[in-house]
Design a protein around this ligand. Structure first.
Ligand SMILES: Cc1cc2nc3c(=O)[nH]c(=O)nc-3n(C[C@H](O)[C@H](O)[C@H](O)COP(=O)(O)OP(=O)(O)OC[C@H]3O[C@@H](n4cnc5c(N)ncnc54)[C@H](O)[C@@H]3O)c2cc1C
Length: 493
């Protein structure tokens, strides 16, 4: 068995590892970095264009980021944080475009106004209040609101045509929202990393075992899936950017911090339309309200997508029940992830979320006709034959022990890091790739504190001008940063 030594081992070739590799390579080009990917391409799991919705999640249109309180008010704090974090991604991508580390922006990001659309008195009252609160904050000051069908018809003709004229409707719009092809973004980041002599990409290789050495480094067993041969890579730092595959690897690492974590996999489907005449009539991401009892990740939306330069429409997601942690994973994934430390939390979540399980199973069983009937809420005049079903990526929602040892199902993203900073893993899938840059900055801060204090922080500020300051509280900073990134990335033009 051969062995090799690296400074950093990135496990998985999706948006997260591509972002962390890019940051580390630019902070210290002398670092020896290896990226191991089990498939024969990078970014072919959740990060691939059709496997996610490509929404640059900024809280502009996603109503689940602004929950309604019992007294009818609207909480906006989560939307503000997600928006500020998305601005951090935009800054890094702009920097890379300017430096030649990414191609022309239209290869991975395109203007697609972000809109929320609701119907019925109560929902309209909610959206009005949401707009009042958000638009009063500098991060959302460009948000427009209308209840006028003529205005809405101009914003989203497909959504308005064929609708009952007496129905009360309302929408908000942010013109500078983007559609992001995260697959193209990640593949271009890795392509750029491959120009460095200190970066090595191992495709069709799978990580399946670890040993934590006495000196704090990791001995990682990597199997070549083509030849069946294995080798050991010695790494000072390991990042588990394996998407749905991160949880089993984290468990395998045996670090104390992994204790009690479990995963709840959820699959997804889209309805897709590529008819140019229909696609040309919709240029927006129109998000609605999730059905009562539906989990937050199944908020319906009708989106313009531009993947590999080709425009299309997407509607969904239709969630589904699955046992796999990766789209190309195994039906044993869920079963194999059950351990002594997470058995109770997983059983708890199973019992307490029967409604969710039933909901997911009912979603899987839907016929094409039933799915198209849901689409009619957003596109009343649609024809079933214009739409086909496509499989989206897998999400693995986090199951976590609460203070009393009981299990809790989480819908966010969480970074789990060893206390010695030698290993970190990213779990969960929302808000996902949009906030990859902030998530990977957190990896740097938690796992490389000395390097950050010794100059990486200053170098990071050259790439991300708002680093170390708050876009949430500093309106003048946002003004400077946002106009610059929108200009460079050609969004909102
Ligand atoms: C239906 C759906 C809709 C979504 N919509 C959005 C959206 O609109 N906006 C947004 O920002 N985010 C969205 N997301 C989330 C987003 O896609 C993910 O957060 C993001 O792509 C995760 O990137 P990743 O690098 O962690 O994982 P992935 O892209 O899944 O990459 C992980 C990689 O690790 C590899 N791997 C796994 N195990 C191993 C192993 N043992 N050894 C080697 N390699 C391994 C896999 O093959 C894979 O290539 C969505 C996700 C889904 C499923």
């Amino acid at each position: 068995m051969t062995t090799e030594k690296v400074d950093v081992l990135l496990v998985g070739g999706g948006a997260m590892s591509a972002t962390l590799g890019t940051l580390l390579n630019r902070l210290d080009p002398s670092l020896k970095i290896t990226l191991v990917e089990r498939l024969d391409h990078v970014a072919h799991e959740s990060t691939d264009g059709w496997n996610n919705a490509g929404t640059g999640h900024a809280g502009y249109c996603e109503l689940n980021y602004t929950p309604q309180t019992a007294d009818g008010d609207v909480e906006i704090d989560r939307a503000l944080s997600i928006n500020a974090n998305f601005e951090i991604s935009l800054q890094l991508w702009s920097y890379l475009v300017r430096q030649g580390g990414l191609p022309e922006p239209e290869n991975f990001i395109n203007t697609t106004p972000h809109m929320s659309f609701v119907w019925g008195e109560d929902n309209v009252a909610f959206l009005r209040r949401r707009h009042e609160k958000l638009s009063a904050h500098h991060l959302f000051k460009e948000m427009e609101y209308s209840e006028d069908p003529a205005v809405l018809n101009e914003w989203m003709p497909l959504v308005m045509e064929g609708r009952d004229p007496d129905e009360k409707v309302a929408a908000t719009r942010i013109s500078h929202g983007p559609d992001v092809d995260f697959g193209s973004l990640a593949r271009n980041m890795v392509k750029s990393l491959q120009e460095s002599d200190n970066f090595n990409l191992l495709l069709s290789h799978e990580v399946n075992d670890f040993d934590h050495a006495k000196d704090g480094s990791w001995h990682v067993r990597v199997k070549d899936r083509t030849s069946g041969k294995s080798k050991t890579i010695h790494a000072d730092f390991v990042f588990l950017g394996a998407g749905g595959g991160a949880l089993p690897l984290l468990q395998e690492s045996g670090i104390d911090e992994a204790d009690g974590y479990g995963g709840f996999p959820v699959s997804g489907m889209w309805l897709v339309c590529k008819d140019p005449a229909i696609v040309a009539r919709h240029s927006a991401k129109v998000y609605g309200k999730a059905a009562i009892g539906a989990p937050p990740m199944s908020v319906p939306h009708l989106d313009t997508r531009i993947i590999n330069g080709e425009p299309a429409l997407l509607f969904g997601p239709f969630a589904g029940f699955t046992m796999k942690f990766l789209k190309s994973g195994s039906k044993l994934d869920l079963l194999k992830s059950v351990s002594v430390s997470n058995l109770m939390p997983m059983v708890d979540v199973g019992f307490n979320n029967m409604d969710l399980t039933k909901y997911l199973i009912s979603e899987v069983r839907q016929s094409h006709k039933e799915r198209v009937s849901t689409l009619r809420d957003y596109f009343p005049d649609c024809k079933a034959d214009d739409w086909t079903l496509a499989r989206a990526g897998q999400r693995v929602q986090i199951i976590k022990k609460d203070g009393s040892g009981r299990g809790k199902l989480e819908f966010g993203t969480e970074l789990v890091a060893a206390k010695d900073g030698s290993l970190a893993a990213l779990l969960g899938a929302s808000p996902g790739a949009s906030v990859a840059v902030q998530a990977m900055i957190e990896v740097l801060e938690r796992c490389f504190p000395e390097k950050m204090a010794a100059g990486w922080d200053k170098r990071l500020k050259e790439m991300i001008p708002s680093y170390g300051e708050s876009l949430k509280t500093d309106a003048a900073l946002l003004e400077r940063v946002r106009s610059d990134v929108l200009d460079t990335l050609k969004i909102g033009e």
